[in-house]
Design a protein around this ligand. Structure first.
Ligand code: TEU
Ligand code: CA
Length: 559
C-alpha cells in the first residue's frame, strides 16, 4: 500500500461559528481560531478542516454561499483568513477548506442573474423546469422538509433545491459552470490551502429527466435520492475535476457522500481512478434510524455497527481509503450517541476514540469531542437555530399535529444543534466562548466540561486523545495494518486485530455499561504483548482472557 502524509494525518474539524469569538458579538470568527492554534497543535493535530467561512446569508450557517471568493463579514476579513493560514502553516499544520458546489446561495450573483429571464447567460447555471399541471416538476422531498422545487414568478418556472430553498442546485451538466468551479478551486489552492472537504459532492450529477420518486406510502413528497446520489456522470465530473485541478497539487480531498456504498467508494477513492482520496460514508450514521429517516429513532444494535465497519475496513483495504468519524457538525455528539454521557462519560469517550482511531483510515476529530462535549436538551424550540430542526418541527408539530414531546425527543437525540453549541473553553460565563450573547446557547454542563479543566487534569479525555494521536505517529501498523474482526457475534464487545509486516495489534473495546469477560480467540497470536493504551488501570498483562469493565478499552501490540 502506498504511504502518504494524508493517510498518516489526524484531522480536526472546526465549525467556525461555534469555536471561539474574538470580538464579543456572540459569533465565533477567524481571529478566534487563530488564538487557539496552539491548543490544536498541542493536541497533535496535523490538518484543520474549516467548515465554510465564505460570504453567506446564513440560511444554513455558511453552507449557502453567496460569494465563493470572499469571507463572511461575521467571521472577519480575507486578511484575517490569510493570517490564519499563515499561522497554521507556521506551526507545521495544514488547512483544508469546505467546498460547497452542489448548490450556492440564492443570493449568489449567478443565481440573481439566472432567475431574471429564460435567456439570461446564467440561466443554465441552475436547474429550472416548468411546472406539471400546476404542480412542482416532480415529487422529490427536500432534505430540509417540503418540496425540492421552488416556484419563481419572474419566469414562471421552478428551480431545484435538494436542501433549503435558499440553496438552489447548480447545474453540473453545464461545462461553463464546471469551469467556473475549477477556476475558483484553483484560486484557493494557489493561495496555499492543502485541500478540500467536498459537501455532498456525490449529488452533483442528476438523472436526466428528473423522474418522480417511487412513493408507495402516497405521501405528498418522497425521497428522490436514487436520482441524484452517485448519478450517471459523477465519476466523469470528479475525474475531470481531478485532471483540471486536484492532480496539480499535493493535497487532501475528502468527499462527503450520503448514500455511497463500499463499491461506490472503491471507485471514488481507488488509487488508479484519479478522483478523490477518501469519502465520508453515512452508512454507520444511519444504523440507529428506522425506515422513516433520521428522526425515526431506533436503538443501535452493536452487531450492525460491527458488520458495517468491518465491511468498509476490509472492502477498501488496498483498494481505496477510509475516513474515520463518529460525529461532525451534522451529527449528535458521539459520547451521547454511542457511549454514556452520564456515569461513564469519561470512560466511554476514551473507549470510543480508541475504537475509532485504531481502525484503518484517516481519523477526524470534531471540535469539542476531545473534551467529551455532550448533546444538549433545550426546553423550548425557540432556543434551536438549525434550519433542518426548525423546518421539521414546523412540518410535524405546526402543520402535522404530531406529538410535541415525541418531536422534541427526536431533536434531543438527533438534532444538529447538539454539535453546534459553543465550544466550552472554561468555567466562566458562556464557557469562555464569548463575552457577549452567544448565537446559540451554551450547554449548561460547561462548568464541569471545559477545555481548561481537561488540560489541567492528566486523566482527562483530552490527555487520552493526545496520547492516542501520538501513538499513530509512532506505530505504522495503526495507519496501514490489515483489519480482522474478532468475536463477530458478541453483543457488547467490539474487538479486532490489525496486522502489518510481522506485527500485530489487538484492540478490545466494551460498548456497554456492564462488565464482560473477554477471551482471545485461539487463532490470534500476539508475541510478548505490550499494552499501548487503556482507559482503566490494567494490572496484569494476561491477554488470553480478562474481564472488561464498563466501557473499557485496551490496545496491545506484539513486540
Ligand atoms: O450535509 C449533507 C447532508 O446530507 C445533510 O442532509 C446531512 O445529512 C443532514 O444535515 C443530517 O440530517 C452537508 C453539510 O454537512 C450540512 O451541514 C449542510 O446542511 C448540507 O450539506 C447542505 O449543504
Ligand atoms: Ca465574533
Amino acid at each position: 500500500m502506498e504511504k502518504t502524509w494524508w493517510k498518516e494525518s489526524v484531522i480536526y474539524q472546526i465549525y467556525p461559528r461555534s469555536f471561539n469569538d474574538s470580538n464579543g458579538d456572540g459569533i465565533g470568527d477567524l481571529k478566534g481560531i487563530t488564538e487557539k492554534l496552539d491548543y490544536l497543535k498541542d493536541l497533535g493535530i496535523d490538518v484543520i478542516w474549516l467548515s465554510p467561512v465564505y460570504k453567506s446569508p446564513n440560511d444554513d450557517n455558511g453552507y449557502d454561499i453567496s460569494d465563493y471568493q470572499d469571507i463572511m463579514d461575521e467571521f472577519g476579513t480575507m486578511q484575517d483568513w490569510e493570517e490564519l493560514l499563515q499561522e497554521i502553516h507556521h506551526r507545521g499544520m495544514r488547512l483544508i477548506m469546505d467546498l460547497v458546489v452542489n448548490h450556492s446561495s440564492d443570493e449568489h450573483a449567478w443565481f440573481v442573474e439566472s432567475r431574471k429571464s429564460k435567456d439570461n447567460p446564467y440561466r443554465d447555471y441552475y436547474i429550472w423546469r416548468p411546472g406539471k399541471d400546476g404542480h412542482e416538476p416532480n415529487n422529490w422531498e427536500s432534505a430540509f422538509s417540503g418540496s425540492t422545487w421552488e416556484y419563481d414568478e419572474a419566469t414562471n418556472e421552478y428551480f431545484l433545491h435538494i436542501f433549503s430553498k435558499k440553496q438552489p442546485d447548480l447545474n453540473w451538466e453545464n461545462p461553463k459552470l464546471r469551469d467556473e468551479v475549477y477556476k475558483m478551486m484553483t484560486w484557493w489552492l494557489d493561495k496555499g490551502i492543502d485541500g478540500f472537504r467536498m459537501d455532498v459532492i456525490n449529488f452533483i450529477s442528476k438523472v436526466t429527466g428528473l423522474p418522480d420518486a417511487p412513493n408507495p406510502n402516497g405521501k405528498k413528497y418522497a425521497s428522490g435520492s436514487e436520482f441524484f446520489m452517485n448519478g450517471p456522470r459523477i465519476h466523469e465530473f470528479l475525474h475531470e475535476m481531478n485532471e483540471n485541478v486536484l492532480s496539480k497539487y499535493d493535497i487532501i480531498t475528502v468527499g462527503e457522500m450520503p448514500g455511497a456504498t463500499v463499491e461506490d467508494a472503491k471507485h471514488y477513492t481507488g488509487h488508479d481512478r484519479e478522483e478523490l482520496n477518501m469519502v465520508f460514508t453515512f452508512e454507520h450514521m444511519d444504523l440507529d434510524s428506522g425506515p422513516n429517516g433520521k428522526w425515526d429513532l431506533k436503538k443501535l444494535n452493536l452487531l450492525d455497527l460491527k458488520d458495517n465497519i468491518s465491511k468498509w475496513q476490509t472492502g477498501l483495504n488496498g483498494e481505496g481509503w477510509n475516513s474515520l468519524y463518529l460525529n461532525n457538525h451534522d451529527q449528535p455528539r458521539m459520547v451521547s450517541r454511542f457511549g454514556n454521557d452520564k456515569e461513564y462519560r469519561v470512560e466511554s469517550a476514551k473507549m470510543l476514540v480508541t475504537f475509532l482511531h485504531m481502525l484503518q483510515g484517516t481519523p477526524y476529530v470534531y471540535q469539542g469531542e476531545e473534551i467529551g462535549m455532550t448533546n444538549v436538551r433545550f426546553d423550548s424550540i425557540e432556543d434551536y437555530k438549525d434550519i433542518e430542526i426548525l423546518n421539521m418541527y414546523h412540518e410535524k408539530v405546526i402543520e402535522g399535529n404530531e406529538d410535541l414531546s415525541k418531536v422534541m425527543e427526536s431533536i434531543y437525540v438527533k438534532g444538529r444543534d447538539n454539535a453546534r453549541t459553543p465550544f466550552q473553553w472554561d468555567e466562566s460565563e458562556h464557557a469562555g466562548f464569548t463575552t457577549g450573547e452567544p448565537w446559540l446557547r451554551v450547554n449548561p454542563n460547561y462548568k464541569e466540561i471545559n477545555a481548561k479543566q481537561a488540560v489541567n487534569d492528566t486523566n482527562s479525555i483530552y490527555h487520552y486523545y493526545k496520547k492516542i494521536i501520538q501513538l499513530r505517529k509512532n506505530h505504522t501498523i495503526i495507519v496501514y495494518g490489515d483489519y480482522e474482526l474478532l468475536l463477530p457475534d458478541h453483543e457488547t464487545i467490539f474487538a479486532y486485530t490489525r496486522s502489518y509486516e510481522n506485527q500485530k495489534l489487538l484492540v478490545v473495546t466494551n460498548f456497554s455499561r456492564e462488565s464482560a469477560p473477554f477471551t482471545l480467540p485461539a487463532h490470534v497470536e500476539l508475541n510478548t504483548p505490550e499494552l499501548l493504551i487503556s482507559n482503566y488501570e490494567v494490572a496484569a498483562d494476561d491477554i488470553t482472557s480478562f474481564d472488561l469493565r464498563p466501557f473499557e478499552a485496551r490496545v496491545y501490540k506484539s513486540k
